[in-house]
Design a protein around this ligand. Structure first.
Ligand code: NAD
Ligand code: UGA
Length: 465
């Protein structure tokens, strides 16, 4: 099937990947009808909201792309079977979180949503259909997907491709429009070329890589493992810097200037968050153990252990600096999303750090420009103190809408997400409202530390000795 014969695409899963990826395909391929389907009716309704600021995923530039295509050749719906039946190509872009129970719990990926969607495709597809794994999956999942598809009703045929997604949240549109590479793994040359032809509408041919299925599936886990490993590496060095008087940003600059190392992904912080790094490394660890590679498993597992340690380390440090107790003390938390420019809080370092501080009895005033109170409550496992009318109860939290409010009466501000607005805080005004001696704990090295010091605050910056 040549690319020109692909007239209709269906994507199962209207999440952080399915929504933006399909929006960009629809934008770049106006001749193709693209349907994004999901069982979650609330999410689909949000994708169809006439007010583009209400889309369920916040990504800079996404509203403009959706605005151009929606209703033209981009459709969001809950009619999963009908969209599959009409499609020449079906993307599986469903969630693949870590299993919480049963065999492999805590490490292996839970493939129940992938299996369910493959079964739906097996039933609903018509004629020949190319099925594309867009979700991040353990190596050899394509074999299981193919077996499920082939066990469906007779009279249909399928080709399975692996096409992992490398976009990062917050920069998804730029990553999709100008990817470093597109990776397509498969066995069926016609299917591979059909998918390559779609990306070829806007991606240079030399950036479209073709591999076998297993290399493609494994490359996705490996890319995330390498990226996460760099963060744990630099965070480990940040701790040595703090102990010795070195400065991790100077070290990062010095080592990053070596072209073999490179300057990217050397920003020390509160540890990596996001839905994928931890899940994908744990999945890799599980696979290694499955294949009897204990030393390899232990090697990668350490990346996750170091990350968890970094988050607890920061919470402990805050307690220690505040004379060993935060019970009843107000702490303003600046940022809750796992990184700037997203509303996503999955595995956000803020969750573990805030939970530790709540456990110690702190009163947290949390500000994040994109994360809702409802989401914070879900992540922290307790409603806002504001909901009960009590802003001062030990071990409680409440949302605030500006830094000044977060700082009012606080012993400390703790910067956890690198939102640009935190780089330009009016420190003299903010410091006036704080209880002295007051602290700024900057886990992202984002704030203007000298201005904060000049305003009379004690300042701790991650990785600064
Ligand atoms: P998500 O949870 O935001 O979205 C997944 C969607 O799939 C949900 O809305 C869910 O309702 C829907 N779904 C599940 N089963 C379904 C079914 N049977 N029929 C219809 N809809 C169904 O997840 P996401 O962040 O978009 O991630 C999807 C995949 O992409 C994961 O495997 C993830 O590892 C991978 N990935 C994510 C990112 C990222 O930045 N979030 C980047 C690259 C790869
Ligand atoms: C990451 C990868 O960058 C994407 O290529 C991949 O597609 C995606 O995971 C995925 O598979 O889900 P994402 O998690 O959206 O993307 O965001 P990143 O920019 O990678 O940041 C991840 C975490 O690492 C964030 O908490 C971020 O603050 C942190 N980080 C990143 C650092 O602490 N230091 C850095 O130098 C870079």
């Amino acid at each position: 099937m040549a690319s020109s014969t692909i007239r209709s695409i269906c994507c199962i899963g209207a999440g952080y990947v399915g929504g933006p990826t399909m929006a960009v395909i629809a934008d770049r391929c106006p001749q193709i009808q693209v349907s994004v389907v999901d069982l979650n009716a609330e999410r689909i309704a949000a994708w169809n909201d006439p007010d583009l600021s209400q889309l369920p995923v916040y990504e800079p530039g996404l509203d403009a792309v959706v605005g151009r295509c929606r209703g033209r050749n981009l459709h969001f719906s809950t009619a999963v079977e009908a969209a599959i039946a009409a499609a020449d190509m079906v993307f599986l872009s469903v969630n693949t979180p870590t299993k919480t129970k049963g065999l492999g719990a805590g490490q292996a990926s839970d493939l129940k949503w992938v299996e369910a969607s493959a079964r739906t495709v097996a039933q609903a597809a018509r004629g020949h259909t190319i099925v594309v794994e867009k979700s991040t999956l353990p190596v050899r999942t394509a074999a299981a997907v193919k077996a499920i598809l082939d066990a469906g009703p007779a009279g249909k045929s399928f080709a399975v491709l692996s096409n992992p997604e490398f976009l990062a949240e917050g920069t998804a549109i730029g990553d999709l429009e100008g990817p470093d590479r597109v990776l397509i793994g498969g066995e069926d040359p016609e299917a591979i070329e059909a998918l390559a032809g779609i990306y070829g509408q806007w991606v240079a041919p030399q950036k479209i890589l073709r591999t076998n299925l297993w290399s493609s599936e494994l490359s996705k886990l490996t890319a995330n493992a390498f990226l996460a490993q760099r963060i744990s590496s630099i965070n480990s060095i940040a701790a040595i810097c703090e102990a010795t008087g070195a400065d991790v940003r100077e070290v990062a600059k010095a080592i990053g200037a070596d072209s073999r190392i490179g300057a990217k992904f050397l920003q020390a912080g509160p540890g990596f968050g996001g839905s994928c790094f931890q899940k994908d490394i744990l999945n890799l660890v599980y696979l290694c153990r499955h294949y009897g590679l204990e030393e390899v498993a232990a090697y990668w597992e350490q990346v996750v252990l170091l990350n968890t340690w970094q988050q607890h380390r920061i919470a402990k440090l805050v307690v220690n600096k505040l004379f060993g107790t935060v019970t009843g003390k107000r702490i303003g938390v600046l940022g809750f999303a796992f990184k700037a420019d997203t509303n996503d809080t999955r595995e956000s370092p803020a969750i573990r750090i805030c939970r530790d501080l709540l456990e110690e009895g702190a009163v947290l005033a949390i500000i994040d420009p994109k994360v809702s109170e409802r989401q914070m409550a879900r992540d922290l496992g307790q409603p806002a103190g504001a909901a009960t009318g009590d802003h001062t109860a030990e071990g409680s939290w409440h949302p605030v809408s500006d830094v000044q409010q977060a700082a009012s009466g606080a012993d400390a501000l703790l910067l956890l997400t690198e939102w640009q607005q935190f780089a330009t805080i009016d420190w003299p005004a903010v410091a006036t409202g704080m209880r002295q001696p007051a602290w700024l704990f900057d886990a992202r090295a984002k704030a203007d530390a000298s201005a904060a010091r000049a305003a009379g605050l004690n300042v701790w910056t991650v990785g600064e000795g």
